[in-house]
Ligand binder design. Sequence first.
Ligand code: S3P
Length: 429
Amino acid sequence: MILEITKANSLKGEVRIPGDKSISHRGIMLGALANGTTRITNFLQGADCLSTIDCFRKMGISIENKTNEILVHGKGLHGLCKPKSILDVGNSGTTTRLISGILAGQDFTSELTGDASIQSRPMGRIIKPLTQMGANISSLKGNDCAPLYIEGGHLSPIHYQSPVASAQVKSCVLFAGMYTQGCERTQVTEPTLSRNHSELMLAHFGASIKSQGTTVSIAPEPTLEAREIEVPGDISSAAYFIAAGLLVPNSEILVKNVGINPTRDGLIRVCRAMGADMTLLNQRKDSGEPVADILVRTSHLKGTIVEGEIIPTLIDELPMIAVMAACAEGETIIRDAAELKVKESNRIDVMVENLSAMGVDITGTEDGMVIQGGKPLKGALIQSHLDHRIAMSFAIAALVAQGSTQIEGGDCVKISYPEFYNDLNALRN
Ligand code: S3P
C-alpha cells in the first residue's frame, strides 16, 4: 500500500498516546505465569502485542481481549502447555527474545518463527546465554536467526555479561532465571542500562529483583501473583507527535499520557538540547511507571550530538531524531548506535536512503549518522521496508516537505500504532 502525505500549515489539538508496546508484551507474559487473573488496561492493540497473545493462547492460557481491558487467566510459573503448533511471533523481536527465555525453562520442546524481518534478526545474542544456562536451543537454518527450536528445562543460574545494552537480552535471561534450580540468583550485567520494564513488572508481580547500576539479579522459582496493570502511553509513539509539534509551523500539540521512565526518556533530553519548546504537565505514576502530558510548540531546532549512555534510552526514536536533525540548523552527529542496523530494518541504511531522497545531506557511519540540517525537505517516494518506525518518521517529515510524499508499505504502522494516521490527521487544520 502506498500512502500519500502532503505538507501541513499548522497542527493543533490533543492526542492520547496508545499503550506502551514493551509494557504490554510483558503484561501478557507475566500475567500468563502468575496465579490468578491479571487485568490490563490501555493495552496496545498493535500487531506485535497481538502476536504475544496468540503465542500464550497456543500454550493453553486463556486471554480475553475485551474493548477496554485484557484479562489474562494465569496458570502459575509451571502452568504452560506444549504449544499445539509452531509459535508465530510475526514481526516482533520482543516476543521472540522474551518468550525464548520462558520456553527455555519449560519441560517441553517448542519451535518459533516469524516474518522475513524476524528471520533475519540476530538471535545468537539469546542463544548464547540460554545455552550457557543449559537449554538446548538452535537456529533451524543454522544462521543464528529464527526459526528457533527450543528444548528447555534443567537450567542453572549464570552471571551473564551482555555485550549489548539490550532489554530484550536482559529480559530473556531474567525470565529464564525464574526456572533455574537451587537457590542462587541469575544475574545480568549490561554495558549501559537499557529499559527496565521487566525489572519493574517482575517486582510488581512479586519476584525478588535486585538492581544495582547496570547489574540486575533474580531469585529462582518466584511465586507470581496476578496484578492490575494500567499501561502508560508509549513514548516511542509519542515521539512522532512531539516532533510534529516542534517542526510544523504554527503548531501546539498536547501529547497526553506519555510514559517518561528515565530508561526511556532520552528523546525528551535530546529535544531540550535541540532547543525545543516543551513542557511536562500533570506528572504522575501508573502501575509504578512515571507518566506525564507533554505540551509542544513550534520551535527553531539546532543540531546536537547524540551518543553514549543516552542511546539505549532512545534507540527506537533515532529515526525520528534523524528527521528532526534534518530540519534543524547545523550538524547533528549520532554515534554509538550500531544496534540500529539490527532493528526491523537496517535503520542506518534506510534513513540514509530516504533522507537523501528528500534532499538531505546525510552520511551513514558504522554506528550512526551525520546530518547537515537546515535545507528544505523535498517530497519523495519513501521506502518503509515495512518498518513501522521508518513509516511514521517519514509521515512527519512529509508534513514539512515541499510537495507530496508517498510512503511505500505505509500500513506497517499497525505493528505499534494502528490509529497513527487518523490521530495525525485529526490535528491538521
Ligand atoms: C524492547 C527493547 C529494544 C527496543 C524494542 C523493544 C523491549 O530492543 O528496540 O523495540 O521491549 O525490550 P533491544 O533490547 O534489542 O535494544
